[in-house]
Design a protein around this ligand. Sequence first.
Ligand SMILES: Cc1cc2nc3c(=O)[nH]c(=O)nc-3n(C[C@H](O)[C@H](O)[C@H](O)COP(=O)(O)O)c2cc1C
Length: 208
Amino acid sequence: MAKVLLLNGSPKANGCTATALNEMISIFNKEGIETEIIHVGNKDIRGCVSCGYCEKNGKCVVNDLVNEVAGKFEEADGLVVGSPVYYGSPNGTILSFMDRLFYSTSFSKQMKVGAAVVSCRRGGNTASFDVLNKYFTISGMPVASSTYWNQVHGFDAEDVKKDLEGLQTMRNLARNMSFMIKAFSDAKEKYGLPVVERDAFTSFPDGK
Ligand SMILES: Cc1cc2nc3c(=O)[nH]c(=O)nc-3n(C[C@H](O)[C@H](O)[C@H](O)COP(=O)(O)O)c2cc1C
């Protein structure tokens, strides 16, 4: 059975971001896709210290939720990252988590489907959305889209329940993501994964 991991960057397990993610889960359930929501924002997650431990050991030197989720991410077919907007950006905890998750894992993420979801009261949503999508697009992960940029509006969960277009965007996003996961699964059988070249790493004009 295909599986999607959903990360909630908010410190609130039942806040606005969680409401958006739960709307997606209702569709994944109908589509026969297994889900697991992981609350990241209420944990003490430090940032990457660029120590290089992961390059030799294949996991982060800080043995916390990042290493736990890494194994689940490797098995998953899709990843949704949700975040509240803090000062026009994703919140600090989810950024620390995503930096360490993506940097410390060397397994192929190719064709795992990614989606970013943001929740704000008023502004900074599209800038935050762009930041989160960049983890996917440097990793060979196709990004699922919807009928609007993937955002809901509200100060608390009750507001988000009244953001009907926001919730509709979440449902359409989950439908598109489900379709992509199923289609990629079939295509992998039929064509195999595309070849990935990795020999070049920063090329300077003198070729050295
Ligand atoms: C530190 C902090 C900074 C915030 N900055 C913004 C902001 O830049 N733009 C905005 O519209 N809302 C901002 N908000 C409000 C939250 O983004 C908004 O209430 C969000 O929907 C909360 O989601 P949650 O319930 O999942 O935590 C901020 C909230 C906090 C706590």
